[in-house]
Write a protein that binds this ligand. Structure first.
Ligand SMILES: [Zn+2]
Length: 130
């Protein structure tokens, strides 16, 4: 049991349904970014790669909610402040590796290339076995 589930049971709230707690940030704009926060990030776009990324610690983001109203979100040194910046990067075609040194990026690129070659070799092996 997670602490969250325990809290929900104690307060008599129904357990959260799948997808609940998701929220939408439409047209997000970073209004304020200050300080630094380091977090080990990964991304579905780059499987099995995790690196420390330095981002703003304190952020204020303006966005449109699903109700069409313009709102603000503030987060400081949390997973939320990291996630929002990570996802906003995606909107501009950036990945977390773009925050790393050229050397680290190159090492990751080589590992991905090697994994891709291994997968292709495995596929070819399976094809000839058929
Ligand atoms: Zn991502």
């Amino acid at each position: 049991m997670t602490p969250t589930e325990g809290t929900q049971r104690r307060t008599g709230e129904p357990p959260k349904k799948k997808g609940e707690g998701l929220f939408w940030l439409i047209d997000p704009v970073l209004k304020l970014g200050e300080g630094e926060f380091v977090y080990t990030e990964g991304c579905l776009s780059i499987p099995d790669e995790y690196e420390e990324v330095t981002r703003f610690g304190h952020i204020v983001v303006e966005f449109t909610g699903r109700d069409g109203k313009r709102r603000q979100l503030e987060a400081t040194n949390t997973l939320l402040s990291v996630c929002v910046q990570h996802e906003m990067d995606h909107l501009q075609g950036k990945l977390f590796v773009d925050h790393l040194s050229a050397l680290k990026r190159e090492l990751i690129r080589r590992r991905l290339k090697k994994h891709k070659a291994q997968r292709e070799a495995e596929r070819k092996g399976e094809a000839t076995a058929l």
